[in-house]
Design a protein around this ligand. Structure first.
Ligand code: FES
Ligand SMILES: [Fe+2]
Length: 338
């Protein structure tokens, strides 16, 4: 199994209703996503077979794509159907642009570059469109590779430094971290956490009880953070990191939350805070990547980095094409201070 054999988000389904096509990039390759005449979705490589000009910049009618360089024309399935400069006696090459399979799930359009017939189902965001649960969706481009983004999304100690006051304050409180890597995912639970959640504390934990906090990494590219302080005090943050290109990652974030009667009132506040936190991480990761992209020192890890090590480990297994089911399951427990 490699990174390439999974479904990845290309865009939100609603983006396709307004546009003839959507351009996106996956694993450094440009693609076009569009609706065919019969209403089904299709995805082709956005690169003309002649000299490679992007078809998205050509003359594109409802049922064909015509390149803007020499006018080669492709039908809606990506088959080459006309070369204007060719004499009528000459043979038209029977060629087709690469196309990717497309599916929709939870209002996202997913594509896959897999060559295999079986592609694992896309991840399902918890409590999406569930009664009494609110939902916010955000889309942000990170100038950082997928692994670095995911490490950040599941990194608890950084929150006090990068998001002081909004997410956590640096109180140097002890937390017990229990983490395990099972098959293709890593689950980490935090124990002894009460009110160090910045802005969220007031709403999340009015009775100051111990929080349930579980972070999960799902291979190859998803993090899901869960907090609960009892009924009507729960939220999930699901982040799907898309391998756009070298050092570029689109991140689709879904916040699903249950604050009971506060759901509607809190929506704009949660959105504002979530976007602010994401902006801080975006800037941090941009600077981090800039400073490390040519680095050749090995990173120094400590036991406080435990879950992140396993996440990076799983992703490097995938890079090497190793079947994650065959990898060793591990677990550990350590104390950290936040
Ligand atoms: S590059 Fe597209 S027609 Fe020549
Ligand atoms: Fe962060």
């Amino acid at each position: 199994m490699s990174h390439k054999n999974y479904w990845y988000i290309a865009c939100e389904t609603k983006e396709l209703t307004k546009n003839r096509f959507i351009k996106f990039e996956l694993f450094n390759e440009p693609y076009l996503l569009y609706k065919k005449e019969d209403g089904s979705l299709a995805c082709i490589k956005d690169r003309c077979l002649h000299r490679g000009f992007p078809l998205s910049q050509g003359l594109n009618s409802k049922e064909s794509f015509q390149c803007g360089y020499h006018g080669w024309k492709y039908d809606e399935n990506g088959n080459l159907i006309n070369i204007p400069s060719l004499s009528s006696q000459a043979k038209l090459p029977r060629v087709c642009l690469r196309s990717l399979p497309v599916i929709t799930h939870q209002d996202y359009v997913f594509v896959s570059t897999s060559e295999k017939a079986e592609i694992p189902k896309p991840f399902s965001i918890p409590q999406l469109r569930t009664k009494n649960w609110g939902h916010i969706r955000l889309k942000n481009l990170f100038e950082s590779p997928v692994t670095q983004c995911l490490e950040n999304f599941l990194d608890v100690p950084h929150t006090a430094w990068v998001h002081p006051g909004i997410f956590r304050k640096n109180k140097s409180e002890a937390l017990r971290l229990k983490s395990k890597k099972t098959g293709s995912f890593v689950t980490t639970s935090y124990h002894g956490e009460k009110n160090n959640l910045g802005f969220f504390s007031k709403f999340l934990n009015p009775t100051n009880q111990e929080l349930i906090h579980t972070d999960t990494f799902f291979s190859p590219n998803i993090s899901c953070v869960f907090y609960s302080a009892g009924p009507h005090r729960k939220f999930y943050i699901t982040s799907q990191a898309i391998p756009t290109g070298d050092g570029r990652t689109w991140v689709f974030t879904d916040l699903t939350y249950n604050y009971g009667i506060w759901n509607t009132v809190l929506k704009p506040i949660i959105r504002w805070h979530a976007q602010k936190i994401i902006k801080q991480d975006q800037e941090l990761l941009r600077v981090l990547y800039e400073n490390t992209k040519f680095a050749n020192e090995t990173k120094l890890n400590t036991e406080a980095d435990l879950p992140l090590l396993w996440i990076a480990g799983l992703r490097s297994y995938l890079e090497k094409g190793i079947d994650l089911k065959q990898t060793k399951n591990v677990k550990g427990e350590v104390e950290i201070r936040v």
